[in-house]
Design a protein around this ligand. Structure first.
Ligand code: OAD
Length: 234
């Protein structure tokens, strides 16, 4: 089976009702990114940061995967699919994707602030118990923090993602402005000659020649991509 790697961003979850970050009305217009999503912001005000992610989790219960998530999951019937997502929601998994790499962490998980990547400290929250309280501690006694890769922090999964990109036979980019590195640089690991598709309703600069641009929303674009790759009309 050919290997298909999809790099996804906030745009694939937009039709589910989750705000993107940099579009008009996006999250970073309402909340200063330095305050709620940077390492310095966490150190300055952990209560504010935990509250921000408590609120993001609450919203996650009200939304469902959309057609784009489902069509991407269904490509597993035809390809060996890996989804490399910048999203911290769980909509790819809920749509049925079985191989999802979260580059920027996961909303439903919390961890130690002393050693965020210590697997023994990573806890999965539940719908009944998803709010981190002020002063709540991780197993190692440090403050409990969101399992989110903040700006100014390393991206532990980037090596895994780069290897996947380098092995791809087909590379697909969906709903990301490609503003944030190292995720935006993954396209440079794709071997020359491998087809690259980019689905986004707005112009996005992939910094690459030879990209097939599908200038549509994620759900319409995924329907078109499915037709192009499998011949199936969906
Ligand atoms: P952005 O908000 O930067 O970009 C969203 C992209 O989705 C834009 O290119 C939009 O045109 C596109 N878009 C909007 N609606 C769409 C739709 N219905 N279908 C398809 N595309 C649509 O979000 P990301 O590129 O994902 O990091 O942002 C990357 C990272 O920056 C995030 O993971 C987050 C943020 O700061 C952290 O929080 C660590």
């Amino acid at each position: 089976m050919k290997k298909l790697v999809a790099l996804t961003g906030a745009g694939i979850s937009a039709e589910s009702g989750i705000s993107t970050f940099r579009d008009a009305g996006g999250l970073w217009e309402k909340y200063p990114v330095q305050q709620v999503a940077s390492h310095d912001g966490w150190l300055a005000d952990p209560v504010l940061v935990n509250n921000f992610y408590n609120e993001r989790r609450r919203q996650l219960f009200d939304v469902e995967p959309n057609r784009a998530h489902r069509l991407l999951a269904q490509l597993e019937h035809h390809f060996d699919v890996a989804v490399v997502t910048q999203n911290v929601d769980n909509l790819h998994e809920r749509a049925g994707s079985t191989n999802v790499i979260h580059l920027h962490g996961e909303l439903m998980k919390v961890t130690s602030s002393r050693n965020p990547d210590d697997p023994t400290c990573i806890e999965t929250l539940t719908r009944d118990n998803f709010e981190v309280q002020p002063g709540q501690l991780a197993k190692d006694g440090s403050l409990l923090r969101p399992y989110i890769v903040f700006f100014q922090e390393a991206v532990p999964m980037i090596d895994v993602a780069a290897t996947l990109a380098s092995l791809a036979d087909i590379f697909v980019i969906i709903g990301t402005s490609l503003n944030v590195y190292p995720a935006a640089g993954l396209v440079h690991y794709v071997r020359s000659g491998v087809p690259i598709y980019l689905i986004d309703p707005k112009d996005v600069d992939a910094h690459m020649a030879d990209v097939t641009f599908i200038r549509k929303t994620a759900s319409e674009g995924m329907a078109e991509l499915t037709r192009l790759l499998t011949g199936e009309t969906v």
